[in-house]
Design a binder for this molecule. Structure first.
Ligand code: UD1
Length: 426
């Protein structure tokens, strides 16, 4: 299995760009299924989850081609209505195809995505929403089937929780439904606005994306268009956490500072100096970080659950005690067991973690438990004295494009070793 080898204890400094957002690219690629003609999606990160999404599109009959960060999809001959279990298992977010396949082909069959490393992750809100739009939903033996023989019809859908995936599924499905759909208590994450921007560019009529109420006026057809995916705010904040944990001074360019707004206060509370301009952020960390009072993960514009683990790793060397409360997913502290191997002092109880800063971390051999937990291990490895080996890095590669290259550009000493012992180079 491939591994990252980190020579820790070096301050990160310098400047680099940040990848396109995984959580934007996936729903946008799913939405191309509704478009006539070709869609060109630019700034698509090269990730395992994007590969899995492309595999599903091809299985459904789309022609997909990739050239670097551009993915081109033509769905004109896509008549597939089913995603087989192995493809669903490759990526839990495959449920994002539910609304697109149903809207296009009036029928969809998927296996239940089931729980994953970070929690149970039910999809009841997605299914209830499809029912509201007129679909008949049946669930049995781990399979879900939705049919809408007369097509989907606009409706008011009120979400009991602002689920990101459910909001995206509704927006996609309602884009070509008959009539108007209103989503109340919609998720407000920037990736929702990015999806709506893509669909509007294809001829959809979506307003209010990024706010609590989204209105989608169904249109008869969507035409493929070109779209550039926004920068990944979670990847940006992960590299900021790595910079902070090493006492570094880093400038990230080509980002959207407003999207990392909910995290900036925390870096400042930890003693970092943050400067932003319209497309970049500079983080200058003190030699010794300060602990923070309490972090509570919340839907956007609250503190993102996806950055909780890298920030947890950053705080292991801060002076004092920090507390994290995870409110979104029930099982997002698995990485803590691995951080303890570095000498970190952390206790987790249910949804709360208490971190007592230690003066030094020591390099360790650790195993990645999940995507963001894996990013936390990279942060800890960079901040530790000596060598760290991180195994099971496929989890990390689901969401971070070549982190070893980005960090090398910031003078981080990290190498990726392939199964056969060779170093990855391209
Ligand atoms: C998306 C992101 C993920 C991020 C999460 C929260 C993608 C591909 N993934 O995941 O990185 O961590 O948003 O910001 O964009 N829930 C239900 N029933 C449902 C749907 C969700 O109970 O039908 C619960 C989930 O179990 C979870 C919470 O709601 O506890 C948030 O889930 P949701 O916002 O839907 O996250 P995802 O779209 O799965």
């Amino acid at each position: 299995m491939s591994e990252y080898i980190i020579e820790g204890g070096n301050r990160l400094y310098g400047e680099c760009g940040v990848q396109g957002a995984k959580n934007s690219a996936l729903p946008i690629l799913a939405a191309t299924l509704l478009c006539e003609g070709k869609s060109d999606i630019y700034n698509c990160p090269e990730l395992l989850d994007v590969d899995a999404t492309a595999n599903i599109l091809m299985h459904l009959g789309c022609v997909v081609s990739r050239s670097g960060h551009r993915v081109t999809v033509c769905a004109d001959s896509a008549s597939g209505t089913e995603i087989p279990e192995p493809l669903m298992r490759e990526m839990r977010s495959s449920v994002i195809f539910l609304g697109a396949i149903l809207a296009r082909n009036k029928r969809v069959r998927l296996s239940t995505p089931g729980g994953c490393e970070i929690g149970l992750r039910p999809i009841d809100l997605h299914l209830d929403a499809m029912r509201k739009l007129g679909a008949v939903v049946s669930e049995e033996y781990g399979n879900i089937e939705c049919t809408a023989p007369d097509g989907l019809k606009g409706a008011t859908v009120s979400l009991s929780f602002p689920s990101v995936g459910a909001t995206e599924n509704i927006i996609i499905a309602a884009s070509t439904a008959k009539g108007t759909t209103t989503v109340i208590n919609a998720a407000r994450e920037p990736e929702i606005s990015d999806l709506a921007d893509f669909l509007n560019g294809c001829g959809a009529k979506i307003s209010g994306a990024g706010q609590g109420t989204v209105v989608i006026e169904g249109v008869k057809r969507l035409n493929g268009s070109s779209h550039s995916v926004i920068t990944d705010r979670i990847a940006a904040a992960t590299y900021m956490a790595a910079a902070a944990a090493t006492g570094g001074n880093v400038r990230l360019v080509n980002i959207i500072p407003a999207h990392i707004g909910p995290m900036i206060d925390l870096f400042e509370e930890a003693g970092c100096k943050i400067r932003t301009d319209c497309r970049s952020v500079n983080i200058e960390a003190p030699k010794l970080l300060k602990s923070v009072k309490m972090i509570r993960t919340m839907p956007y514009p609250g503190f993102p659950t996806d950055i909780q683990a890298p920030i947890g790793a950053m705080l292991t060397k801060a002076k004092g005690t920090s507390v994290i409360i995870e409110t979104i997913f029930e099982n997002r502290f698995k990485y803590i067991g691995e951080l303890i191997r570095f000498g970190a002092k952390i206790r987790a109880d249910g949804r709360m973690a208490v971190i007592e800063g230690v003066p030094v971390l020591h390099g360790a051999r650790v195993r990645t438990t999940d995507l963001r937990g894996g990013a936390a291990l990279i942060v800890a490895g960079l901040a530790s004295e000596g060598e760290t080996v991180i195994t099971d890095i496929k989890h990390i590669e689901r969401g971070y494009e070549s982190p070893e290259k980005t960090l090398a550009a910031l003078s981080g000493k990290i190498r990726r070793i392939d199964n056969d012992g060779s170093e990855k180079s391209d």
